[in-house]
Design a binder for this molecule. Structure first.
Ligand code: ADP
Ligand code: MG
Length: 696
């Protein structure tokens, strides 16, 4: 395989430096490996030849075999064209060319047998074909069977790279490199019934029949997912025997006293179950790495707090990390109030913590008198040192990558237990791929007494109706969120939309107080504005998605999302979760411009029919692909799959995961001779592996 990676495309017959540069620039194809892994998006069927008498209007591109009976130039100047009549004995079809007329007229002979390939169209009552591919019965050889169709760019097509030309280069590449070594050893090929790589590459581009194509795709999908799994699993904490865990044997004063005296509500069944799972992990002697999934509002914070108290009961400190200052501050407020009666020392550390406070925190962390540290990324910094950090909770996982998690492991001689909490419900296949190294717990039950949220889709024309409805809620003393998209590529424009919206809201609701938050604000100002809303000194919050995660204002009952068509479903779901947190009936209004595609409309309509986060996440994955699913890109593993699909190849994900586990069980370092080529592939595909030993 490595030989394909070393072979630059410029040296492939017929390509040369200019075309090579274009392929690199347009599609990122640099080497023969890249070329062969630019898989077809579709296939043309050249396996059968049709009769002209059988042509009907429904046909895609088809092949006909026959002869030209006439061929004439028609029209003048720019309108000139070459028109031929093609007959196969069962009927005739008109064939028309608009370019390269003279050349083609010389090339094609009347009376000689050709195979023409194109889409038949009905024109003024007779069949015609425009710009078909024409082959003599001898040159057609390589074109038989199913032939790949490739996604190419406009620029490439203008430079003469038609799908067919592209295919020809692939054929050349395969012909001149017929002995491609297979990185997977025979044992694996046999065990998982995989087609050998050279065959799979030949078949994927030029399948002889649908069954061979299926097998080729299976092999290539398996391989892609297999490497992905190997990469996740080989560095995973689960596998690393060195990461023996702290043994939390007991539940003590902190937990018990809190549970009996301070618990604000009866825990839900799901909360109890999850706390038990975490407790079992922490008592097992193994380091815990657990992902806690729970829909927005399912009560993850309380689970975090109770399990942190177990850590305190076992003589260690705990740390809770949140993705934003607002969220960290909110956790700090909630938690410090809850634990005040039992004498737990909690402090908040963020980027805007003053030096004086910082010094106190650092001192107390070192002497062990600080029990729980809550903060943002600031807690990762090397200057933050604990006396004995036993438990780390990361809220809203998707903002943190694997690297950041592992930096927290390093903060104690025995790595602390790690609980990662996310409100982004992640479909199973994706969870296995992105968080392959985590065990998963799920809170699948909301606290009792929640009123359902009514979700409405409204187009801009209905804005005044929406405002009237908002007015009614405000009059009842409720609060309202109005959220604008903020998309990086066009920050200026988005900010302007937000400012315009803010002004507009102030004009429409002159007697209400409006707060205002966006990502470009100074943290102190942001906090101040949030505080205004949280304490009901503001009635309306106009914001970008910075308020998306975790903010808890139970009196807010309306969430208006502007330009909802620009959000992902999972993101909409997160935003919607900001309301419906109190006892009052809540509303989420998705505002959209009327001109949206059918699929966008379908997505938005789905939001109005369900509040099931998992269903929404699955749908998001199916409709938009994993690259867009909120969080996957920030997770530290960019998922850029060439052939496998996380939404439809769940079964192969599972098989590849087990296969990777088996292989690593047998040969953890992939050092056996049979596995060296797999190790080489891995380092080529993932050049900067997550190597814990090198993280300081
Ligand atoms: P999330 O899982 O989204 O982080 P929170 O932990 O913020 O959810 O909890 C959402 C709300 O539900 C909070 O106001 C919290 O006090 C409340 N809550 C949590 N657990 C329970 C429970 N068992 N019964 C009633 N309310 C609860
Ligand atoms: Mg939360």
């Amino acid at each position: 395989m490595n030989q394909l990676r070393r072979f630059e495309l410029t040296y492939l017959k017929g390509i040369g430096p200019k075309r090579a540069e274009l392929l690199d620039q347009q599609l990122g194809l640099k080497t023969l490996y890249d070329l062969l892994h630019h898989f077809p998006i579709n296939y043309l069927d050249r396996s059968s030849i049709y009769k002209i008498k059988d042509i009907n209007g429904e046909m895609p591109m088809i092949q006909l075999k026959g002869r030209f009976v006439t061929m004439n130039v028609a029209g003048e100047g720019a309108k000139s064209r070459l028109v031929a009549l093609f007959s196969d004995g069962t009927g005739t079809i008109e064939v028309v060319w608009f370019n390269r007329i003279r050349k083609l007229r010389e090339m094609y002979q009347i009376g000689q047998e050709y195979i023409i390939f194109g889409k038949p169209e009905s024109f003024k009552g007779r069949w015609s074909m425009v710009h078909p591919e024409v082959d003599t019965t001898t040159t057609v050889g390589a074109m038989q069977g199913l032939r790949g169709v490739y996604s190419l760019t406009e620029k490439l097509r203008n430079a003469g790279f038609s799908s067919r030309v592209f295919h020809t280069f692939i054929q050349t590449a395969l012909a001149t490199h017929s002995n491609i070594p297979d990185p997977l050893p025979k044992a694996i090929l046999d065990r998982y019934k995989l087609m050998p790589l050279p065959t799979a590459l030949t078949q994927i581009h030029n399948p002889t029949d649908p069954e061979s194509l299926r097998q080729a795709r299976y092999r290539l999908k398996f391989e892609e997912l297999f490497y992905l799994q190997l990469n996740i699993q080989r560095y995973s904490a689960k596998r690393n025997k060195a990461l023996r865990g702290l043994h939390f044997a007991r539940i003590g004063r902190f937990f018990n006293q809190f549970y009996s005296e301070c618990l604000p509500f009866e825990l839900t069944g799901a909360q109890k179950r999850v706390i038990k799972e975490i407790r079992n992990d922490m008592g097992s002697g193994r380091q815990m790495n657990r992902l806690l999934q729970g829909d927005v509002g399912s009560g993850k914070t309380l689970v975090a707090l109770l399990t942190m108290l177990i850590a305190l009961d076992n003589g260690t400190q705990a740390c809770l990390m949140a993705p934003t200052e607002i969220l960290a501050a909110q956790h700090y407020d909630t938690i410090s109030k809850l634990v005040a009666p039992i004498g737990v020392n909690v402090k908040l550390l963020t980027g805007s913590t003053r030096k004086k406070e910082r010094d106190i925190i650092n001192q107390q962390l070192l002497d062990g008198s600080l029990h729980i540290l809550i903060g943002t990324h600031a807690v990762i910094e090397d200057t933050v040192q604990f006396k004995n950090l036993g438990f780390v909770v990361i809220d809203e996982q998707h903002r943190f990558g694997v690297m950041q998690r592992s930096r927290l492991w390093q903060k104690n001689s025995t790595p602390p237990h790690m609980l990662v909490m996310t409100a982004t419900p992640i479909p199973r296949t994706l969870a296995m791929t992105v968080y392959g190294d985590l065990d998963v717990s799920v809170i699948d039950e909301l606290p009792p007494g929640r009123k359902p949220i009514t979700t409405l889709l409204r187009y801009d024309a209905a804005r005044m109706d929406v405002y009237r409805a908002i007015g009614r809620q405000l009059k009842e003393g409720r609060q309202v969120y109005i959220v604008y998209p903020l998309i990086k590529e066009n920050e200026k424009l988005d900010l302007r939309a937000l400012e315009y919206g803010y002004q507009n809201i102030k004009d429409n609701f002159p007697s209400y107080r409006v707060a205002y938050v966006h990502g470009k604000m100074k943290p102190a100002e942001k906090d101040h504005q949030m505080e205004l809303f949280a304490t009901h000194q503001a009635d309306i919050m106009v914001a970008t998605t910075v308020i998306e995660v975790g903010v808890n204002v139970p009196n807010a009952t309306v969430m208006v999302i502007e330009n909802a068509e620009r959000f992902g479903l999972s993101q909409l779901h997160q935003l919607r979760g900001r309301v419906g947190r109190g006892g009052d009936r809540s509303y989420c209004v998705l505002m959209s411009k009327p001109q949206i595609s059918g699929i966008t409309r379908k997505r938005l309509e789905l939001m109005t029919t369900t509040t099931d986060g998992f269903l929404i996440a699955e749908a998001d994955l199916k409709m938009r692909g994993p690259g867009d699913l909120e969080g996957t890109m920030q997770s530290g593993i960019a998922i850029d799959l060439k052939i496998a699909s996380l939404s439809s190849d769940g079964d192969i994900v599972q098989i590849a995961r087990d296969a990777a586990e088996d292989l690593l069980d047998a040969d953890p370092a992939l050092s056996l001779p049979d596995h060296r080529s797999i190790a080489n592939e891995l380092s080529a595909l993932f050049p900067r592996p997550i190597d814990l030993s090198r993280i300081s």
